[in-house]
Design a protein around this ligand. Structure first.
Ligand code: ATP
Length: 239
């Protein structure tokens, strides 16, 4: 049998007051896929993630996660189903240590005995976090904080990771590190919806990509297809 996608968004609309920020968005994320959503500033990328995670209300359409219609579900219920949103701007708890940030990511889990194993897993995935484990998170570099934000999210054992602009504001070498971490996650069978202004890097690693313009999906295809698409190259890659 064909496996149903993990996330299926159909005809999704969302408004700020009377202004439509999303219009009829259709988007599918298959299990164990890395899907990139690219588009210009203000196109609606953040709004789409916020609507999927439930902090922004859908005004039309539906969101189905693992067979459950979650369109009107409270955000905390969506988290419990396994949906985890890492917002823009790597919000870690600055005064708390790196280790304590990771512990907080496991908040709400009952399997306390395996939390320590998961922290160990995070340190193996992001060795720099082990080196900095006792330091306040606020003393980390931007790239390290981004890795901590992702690791903290993983501590909740999500089934779908929504990543909003993880490369924003990072120096090129750190962007590479963060993208390498995302590729590694995908290789471990994590399902990821990645929002990026860095269209080239995102499409290069994605199984599928979507291009959003003024609240509407205008193109979709596999990552490489979009990377070589004339319209994408002109509009987003400056080629
Ligand atoms: P960016 O990369 O700058 O975050 P984006 O593609 O994520 O851009 P959104 O932040 O989703 O775009 O914004 C989509 C549209 O909704 C934009 O026109 C924006 O001005 C508008 N918008 C976003 N947040 C609000 C808000 N809180 N109130 C009113 N309009 C908003």
């Amino acid at each position: 049998a064909v496996e149903a996608p993990l996330l299926s968004v159909r005809g999704l609309g969302s408004h700020y007051g009377r202004i439509a920020a999303l219009r009829g968005v259709d988007l599918v994320v298959g299990r164990r896929q890395l899907v990139a959503l690219v588009g210009a500033n203000g196109a609606g990328k953040t709004t789409l993630l916020r609507t999927i995670s439930g902090v922004q209300r859908a005004t039309s359409g539906s969101i189905v996660f693992d067979g459950n219609d979650i369109t009107t579900l409270r955000p905390d219920r969506r988290v419990r189903l396994g949906l985890c949103h890492v917002p823009e701007g790597r919000r870690v708890f600055g005064p708390l240590s790196v280790a304590d940030n990771l512990v907080l990511g496991a908040y709400g889990r009952r399997d306390h005995d395996v939390v320590a194993d998961d922290i160990e897993r995070m340190y193996r995935m992001f060795p720099i976090l082990r080196q900095r484990a006792r330091l306040p998170a606020g003393t980390l570099s931007g790239g390290q904080q981004q890795m901590l934000a992702i690791a903290r999210a993983l501590m909740g054992r999500p089934r779908l990771l929504l990543l909003d602009e993880p490369s924003m504001g990072l120096a090129p070498r750190l962007v590479e590190e963060v993208f390498a971490a995302i590729v590694a996650l995908r290789a471990q069978a994590m399902t990821i919806l990645l929002v990026e202004q860095n269209a080239h890097a995102a499409l290069a690693i994605a199984d599928r990509g979507y291009v959003i313009e003024t609240g509407e999906i205008v193109l979709s295809g596999n990552g490489k297809e979009l990377l070589y698409n004339e319209r994408v190259r002109e509009a987003y890659l400056g080629l």
